[in-house]
Design a protein around this ligand. Structure first.
Ligand code: ARG
Length: 570
């Protein structure tokens, strides 16, 4: 099934061609003011300029050639030359009916699937994940799910920070402590890391030894390599449960940490030199980039590669080996310059040919209620694990109060979905580019644009079907009728789901989906309060139950795409 926008666009393009003999973009958008219609095109205004004609006259000519068959009940011209379309309720009802029998609810699998690499999460080894990694992890995961649902081949890549000079000091520190392998714990590692850093900063002798350890590690010496592996394995043990708890689809097979690219770094630098892009500067190897004051450093003075070198190798690998058509990064906006420079160099070097799209989807900072970056009361970094535990505890209290009659295990299950869902949704529902304030009260509220509100809306619809069953009503999907304004509003909104998903996939902004779902739940409320469902009869009841089922399914799929649970009961 094509989206309404796509169907209208095609009809407009035909009309423009018939009227003026040219191919032009129709610019269809959902109308900002429903009073004027459901969709609007501003094509006439753009065309008027190039045709040197009056825009209203151009609009009239397009309108005269426009063949919308049964789609529209009214086409009108407004203002300087907007063409407004009011959709025909009967046509909308047939569209909604076919949506209800489609398991993908209108999201056809793309005809030309792309290979899309999504680089997200990227925690750092020897450190526990903190809230700073939360945004990358859940935004990247939602984006991956959406693009995958469209039928593309998504390759998740967890670019773990598992390589670099910090391992030299860590290994040197462990060696001094008489470490012989095995016995490591993440909490200890964090402490070791602090101690190692201190020794490194204080003692030139330690520094020199740490550097020697890096060299030994990079050339695969057994002690260093084994110690490094122990550290990596131990850290992974700390973040995998966080992913599982968050229902984030990252597994160990998606992990391609910085160390993976180590064997390619020398080649990358050589290739950049050969192409005349890399030059020597004060002993280091750098690539000058346009629009930036400093060049991109790819090899340090005295040897050693950098974060940027690894990212260049990663792009090269993703294009050459993974055959990516699109490479997406969801990382902190503080890395904007890094990615801009890396992308520029990757283009010039041909690591990323022009047909491969490189996209950086940055996000702002998570703030505490004091408006400052989110910290513990004492000013420390908040560990992700503690934050998620608190979310579940808080949700558990709410669920226990609301549903004391449910068995304990059920309540725990709901609390998990609500607590984790609330944290994820609070983040995903904001435009990612801005900072946002983390507030327990707001995210756990049962009304407003929150996960619990949507989960409750979904559970409430599921309960309608349980009640129907108890009354012996055997539900079978049937024809949808959109008679009352409430049914019509709900039906129209249901038909916008696929457009919303396309928008999220294109602009990499999950909050469009959240806003859509919130509006869906609101429109459903309006419908449910005004249109009796179980109390009605015959075709009307079938139609309304089908609308209920389609709404529940859309909410469930929408929440799935955000990686948020939707319990049957709440
Ligand atoms: N480890 C990095 C950090 O904590 C994130 C990795 C981002 N991905 C990348 N390809 N550079 O900031």
């Amino acid at each position: 099934m094509q989206t309404i926008t796509a169907q209208l666009s095609a009809a407009f393009a035909k009309a423009i061609h018939a009227a003026f003999g040219i191919q032009a973009d129709a610019h269809i958008a959902a109308s900002a003011n429903e009073q004027f219609g459901d969709y609007q095109s501003n094509a006439a205004m753009g065309l008027a300029k190039s045709l040197k004609k009056n825009p209203r006259a151009v609009a009239e000519e397009i309108k005269a050639k426009l063949d919308l068959a049964h789609m529209a009940s009214e086409v009108s011209i407004a203002g300087p030359g907007f063409i407004n379309i009011r959709l025909n309720p009967t046509w909308l009802a047939t569209q909604a009916t076919s949506l209800a029998s489609d398991p993908q609810i209108g999201i056809g699998k793309v005809s030309d699937p792309e290979i899309v690499v999504v680089d997200y999460s990227g925690p750092n080894v020897a450190k526990e994940m903190h809230v700073g990694h939360l945004r990358s992890t859940i935004i990247g995961d939602a984006i991956s799910r959406v693009i995958e649902f469209q039928g593309n081949n998504v390759i998740r890549q967890n670019h773990v920070g598992d390589w670099g000079t910090q391992f030299g000091m860590l290994i040197e520190y462990l060696r001094k402590q008489g470490f012989t392998g095995g016995q490591l714990e993440i909490q200890d590692l964090e402490e070791f890391y602090r101690q190692a850093k201190k020794s490194f900063d204080d003692s030139p002798e330690f520094q020199a030894q740490a550097r020697a350890r890096v060299v030994a590690l990079q050339s695969g010496e057994s002690f260093e390599f084994a110690a490094w592996q122990d550290i990596v394995v131990e850290t992974r043990k700390s973040y995998q449960p966080v992913y599982d708890n968050l229902s984030v689809l990252l597994k160990s097979e998606h992990e391609r940490g910085e160390s993976f690219y180590n064997p390619f770094l020398a080649e990358v630098v050589a290739e950049l030199k050969l192409k005349g892009l890399a030059v020597e500067s004060q002993g280091a190897i750098v690539v000058p980039t346009e629009g930036f004051e400093n060049p991109l450093i790819i090899e340090k003075t005295g040897g050693g590669y950098l974060y940027a070198t690894t990212d260049l190798a990663a792009i090269r690998y993703r294009v050459r080996e993974l055959h990516a058509n699109r490479i997406i990064y969801t990382h902190d906006s503080r890395q904007a310059q890094h990615f801009a420079q890396v992308f520029q160099v990757a283009r010039k070097a041909g690591f990323a040919p022009p047909e491969v799209s490189l996209e950086y989807a940055p996000f702002g900072t998570m703030l505490g209620e004091d408006g400052k970056p989110f910290k513990t009361r004492t000013g420390g970094t908040v560990k992700l694990k503690d934050l998620l535990d608190e979310a579940e505890e808080r949700a558990q209290k709410i669920v226990d109060e609301k549903n004391p009659e449910l068995p304990e295990a059920k309540r725990a299950e709901i609390a998990h979905a609500v607590g984790i869902g609330a944290v994820k949704y609070a983040d995903l529902s904001k435009d990612r580019t801005s900072d946002y304030v983390f507030s327990w009260e707001k995210m756990l509220a049962m009304d407003g644009n929150t996960a619990p509100y949507l989960q409750y809306a979904h559970a409430r619809i599921r309960s309608i079907f349980r009640r129907a069953g108890e009354r012996g009503i055997n539900y079978q999907p049937g024809n949808i009728q959109l008679e009352s304004p409430f049914e019509l509003a709900l039906g129209k909104h249901l038909l916008k789901f696929s457009e919303t998903v396309e928008l999220v996939s294109r602009e990499l902004r999950p909050h469009y989906l959240c806003t859509y779902l919130y509006e869906l739940a609101t429109k459903f409320s309006g419908f449910f309060e005004n249109c009796p469902v179980i109390q009605s009869e015959g075709n009307v009841r079938t139609s309304r139950l089908t609308l209920c089922a389609l709404t529940a399914q859309t909410l469930a799929i929408g929440l799935d795409l955000l990686g948020i649970g939707h319990p049957e009961q709440m």
